[in-house]
Design a binder for this molecule. Sequence first.
Ligand SMILES: *Cc1c(COP(=O)(O)O)cnc(C)c1O
Length: 393
Amino acid sequence: MTCSVDNSNKLAFIDDALTERAKMGHLRTLQSLIPQNAVSVVKNGQTLLNFSSNDYLGLSKHPALIKGGQEYLNRYGTGATASRLVVGTYDIHQQLEEKLAKLCGKEAALLFNTGFQANSTIIPALVDKKSLVLCDRLSHNSILQGILLSGARWTRYKHNDLGHLDTLLKKGISQGYNRILIATETVFSMEGDQSDVDGLINLSQKYNTLLYLDDAHALGIMGEQGMGLTAYKSGIDISIGTFGKAFGSFGAFITASKQMCNYLINCCPGFIYTTALPPAIIGAINAALDLIPTLDKERSYLRQQVNYLQNNLRKLGYQVINSDSPIIPVIIGDETKALKLSQYLEKYKILATAIRPPTVPPNTSRIRLVLSSQHTKEQINYLIDILKKWHEH
Ligand SMILES: *Cc1c(COP(=O)(O)O)cnc(C)c1O
């Protein structure tokens, strides 16, 4: 007897979802690139000037990081062979954690495999169904995933509006939650603007809440010795840093108290049940960590170029979000128009991706320009020229 199963019906939801996306103009596809150097890539045989990567200091192609990675690779092999609690903690993992803690002015540090993994698994280790989480409206998706997984009650406060957060906290403490957690980014990945770290610390202390700050986009380019906006500050329970951005590599870490790290080593599944970061990555991060405190000149050049580009774009009539970070979103509004501008730029050999809903709120589609200390003044002027042309065409 044959048994027929209707496979097409079983998978109909996939077709529906993709068709729906396509109809809305939201269907996303991957583009294949070959990197040339810190600021250029080859796409379809054409060399493009890259204004979209998070490689703020160009470290992903830096000889010292490549050498650092190679050294550890040669000495320790390609894999860490197990999770941290089994046999995946090498001396180099612990040395790196000690170095990170020291440079950030914190008691301890703990490596995580990615920022996404850290946010989505640490938050559920901190709060549960009986807790309240208050997060910024524009928080990164990985923070939201962590909150959803925790089962906690949650509310988003208006973007960077600490008055609104204060109101929600006042209400929250009267409602009998076991714990309240404030979670936000320090530099917002799609806006480039910053949160008021001292203000958040004050509120957290005023209401005796946990404070969780994601410093992914500040690390390497802001704060003392480039160690981020949370470095050397007390009153933050957990700071998240990632190595995939200014560190030019891969992975993530937290800084916290020794006790908090011990807690996560025991109670955070995203730390426990995953293979430790591989030696080559640890070598590259270690080399970046030696380099980053010495890059004040690059950081100040970068800041100057950010101001220069923002001012020029405003002069051309573009709506540019005010920020001190190398993330410079040019708000276009309409999705189709943002896409068209991105395609226009590509015609002139500039790679600048359009960011559209659901990544950003409706009607705020944008070109997210990102500067690196490796962009020359000539390259930035070229970008300005092409954006001027678009305005006039
Ligand atoms: C990039 C980013 C992450 C994710 O980090 P990965 O290491 O790339 O997974 C988390 N939080 C913020 C704010 C980010 O910008």
